[in-house]
Design a protein around this ligand. Structure first.
Ligand SMILES: [Zn+2]
Length: 375
């Protein structure tokens, strides 16, 4: 079966202020690159429709939706400011609905078996947008809207969302914080000194969802070795235990070593490897159903090439190139801390142990929890 790319030219209409990293060129350079290399002719191309308000309302309040619509309508060509990172132009509302619709289209095509897997190349991104708040370049949480749509309309019972963006997905985490139907995992740069100030291991869900929100906040400088270690040692055994019917990746490429918005060092080989690992996991557990949807990624020179590596991997072509980057001791310690924290949750009490041969004695970070919302 095939791989789909979801894209709409109207994604280029939403603009932030001049020099803003979340710019239309993130997508236009990617699509041009796909055309130049011929990749665009080898995938299924899906042109999405805007999400219905009913779909967005499962994740955001009616007031929030109307707020974004009013700011867009009122602007008359001028920007409205939500915060220092997040602006609204006259097209923002429509394009944000189309972004949610793009992830919906990817999710539906994969869920119905029309394609094997899909990559939704959408903007604006969504994973920071919460019930009542647009922030961090995000207006509507596209991935949450898609998962809730599949749950409501297509009988989806258990989904895994994995976020490899450099930033913690505070919006998506909030949506499913007490929801046992979604195992929501993220690896990101330590939020003690990094946006959005959420994403600590202690933020592990509540109520019936306790233990199903997983945050893995790696230190600045982490890269391929740390990301792959976390997926191999922790994510794969737990996803196996959870038995999802679909796996969704919030794919933010701002953890790339040449993306200046973070201090993380994932390479194209690393993204391709992670993609492959999740493809194999999806093959094993859920008929290969895998959806990727775009979050961050801001280096216009490297982003198209990274997207090509990810897409070719989705099509079954392995990336040729060495995966460089060692595993840092701080990451091993962090995994021990995460394991310890999860022991207090019912859900993982009989979870598989991590491989002791790859572990080192437990040691806490000196400043652990210094700025944590939970300390
Ligand atoms: Zn990000």
């Amino acid at each position: 079966m095939s791989t789909a790319i979801v894209y709409h030219p109207d994604y280029l209409k939403h603009r932030q202020v001049e020099q803003h990293p979340e710019c239309p060129e993130r997508l236009s350079t990617t699509i041009s690159h796909f055309q130049k290399t011929g990749l665009i002719d080898l995938v299924e191309n899906i042109t999405p429709e805007p999400a219905a308000i009913q779909d967005v309302e499962r994740v955001h309040s009616r007031e929030h939706i109307n707020y974004i619509r009013c700011l867009s309508e009122r602007g008359r060509g001028r920007f409205s400011i939500i915060d220092a990172d997040t602006y609204v132009c006259s097209h923002t509302y429509d394009v944000a609905l189309l972004a949610a619709g793009g992830v919906l289209a990817a999710g539906e095509a994969v869920w119905k078996g029309e394609v094997q897997n899909a990559f939704a190349l959408i903007r604006p991104p969504g994973h920071h947008a919460s019930y009542n708040q647009a922030t961090g370049f995000c207006y509507f949480d596209n991935v949450s809207i898609m998962v809730k749509h599949l749950q409501e309309n297509h009988g989806l019972k258990r989904a895994v969302i994995f976020d490899w963006d450099a930033h913690a997905p505070n919006g998506t985490m909030g949506t499913f914080y007490d929801d046992p139907s979604v195992l929501n995992m993220s690896i990101h740069q330590d939020p003690r000194s990094f946006y959005p100030g959420h994403g600590f291991i202690e933020e592990m869900g509540e109520g019936a969802g306790k233990g199903l929100t997983i945050n893995f906040p790696v230190e600045a400088g982490a890269g391929n070795g740390d990301f792959i270690y976390f997926i191999e040692e922790f994510v794969i055994p737990r996803v196996r235990k959870f038995k999802p019917q679909i796996i969704v990746i919030s794919a933010g490429q701002d953890s790339h070593h040449e993306d200046h918005i973070s201090q993380l060092h994932v390479t194209d080989a690393g993204y391709a490897k992670m993609t492959k690992m999740f493809m194999e996991l999806a093959d094993e557990l859920c008929g290969g159903k895998l959806v990727l949807e775009l979050e961050g990624g801001y280096n216009l020179n490297t982003l198209p090439v990274t997207h090509q590596a990810i897409t070719e991997q989705l099509m079954g072509t392995d990336y040729h190139g060495k995966i460089q980057g060692e595993l840092h001791d701080s990451t091993r310690h962090l995994l021990r801390d995460l394991e310890d924290a999860l022991k207090s949750t019912k859900i993982w009490q009989d979870a598989p142990e991590i491989d002791e041969s790859k572990s080192v004695p437990k040691k806490s970070f000196k400043n652990r929890g210094k700025n944590s919302f939970f300390s």
